[in-house]
Design a protein around this ligand. Sequence first.
Ligand code: C2O
Ligand code: CU
Ligand code: CU
Length: 430
Amino acid sequence: VGKDGTRVFDLRMQAGEKEFEDGRRTPTWGFNGDYLGPTLRAKRGEKVAVRIANGLGEASTVHWHGMHLPAAMDGGPHQMVEPGGTWTPRWTIDQPASTLWYHPHPHGATEKHVQRGLAGMFLLDDEKSAALDLPDEYGVNDMPVIVQDVRFDGAKFDHGHGLMQNTGFLGDRTMVNGTLDPYMEVGDELVRLRLLNASTARVYDFGFSDGRAFALIGTDGGLLEAPARMDRLQLSPGERAEIVVRMKPGERTVLRSFPQDNYGDAWQRRFGGGDDSFDVLELRAKQSLRDSPELPSQLGELEVPDGTDSAKERFFGLEMSGINGRPMDMGRIDEVVTRGTAETWTVRNDDGMPHNFHVHDVQFRVLEVDGERPPPELRGAKDTVFVPGGTTVKLAMRFDGPADPDTPYMYHCHLLYHEDGGMMGQFVVV
Ligand code: C2O
Ligand code: CU
Ligand code: CU
């Protein structure tokens, strides 16, 4: 923490080499290390500054996914950091406690930079959530779970796309926090998992091997109003969820990803990964567990608008070739939004291929999925939502940051091969 109270972080993008437990080694990129990056953490109201140094041989950026902040600090494709260069974005944390993340966003090369290992979590805290009786000891009963799929070619990562894979890169095994075949020792009756789908294209449908239910307590942008009990939870690339799992002494269970029924047609399920299943993370409870208090029945208050005061409606048609029929153009502003207003955005996927939709700077409320009330995992604050082929979602969001007519924010498909290929647009707040 600096003299004026600013919390300062240092992140250096660097090339390295990752060594696995079984001795194989692969070239990787990481922040301050060989693979992934440190978990950053700050409180609501706090001023933060991140000193970024680019130690790579090529230009990149660092984007704060889910963060409400001025467009010039966003780390999108207009804030490139040259090799050997530095960049120090500063902003004030002004949103609820949540599980956010950071990753590069260079136009046309985001998939490559993320899958080489550039990603990390950015956790936000606030007073209201700190006062709740939730598991909150980081690394003890409150665990980051960064899920990525990988494939090996001998000892090395193979980043190539399969012939039929128009969704982008799909791996044939998963890692958690950069570890293959991971397990986690649990020492408390209740363990909180902060799930982040940091894969570049793969959608997961999480559940447990023994079918046990868990409590969903938070989505992308923070805590739900109340815990929701469920046994399956779908997360597309970029989405997060906080779940709480109850364990008995000595017990083991496996967090698994199951085949998904809403993924698309038979072709997409087969070649786009919708039929795949993975053992993601084994939980091993100790022989004696610390008691955990019951989960509170009320958690947070949603700060996302409910659509009733929307000043404008917009429509976004998703196609692999571009959004609303236009591929991304760095020099074109697609939408102009008025500062301080709420809007309703309708997003439709008619493409027959799975896509999702992410909006920078804001958290939104999913008002409807195909005209129906959304399922519990889409009832909290969201910044990314899965939009399977043939689906329409309606989103309500408020733009209350500072105006900047010259610097755009992005909206895009977070399947990074699609984003790189032009499924992205730009908006400014004026
Ligand atoms: Cu997670 Cu525009 O990105
Ligand atoms: Cu983002
Ligand atoms: Cu897409």
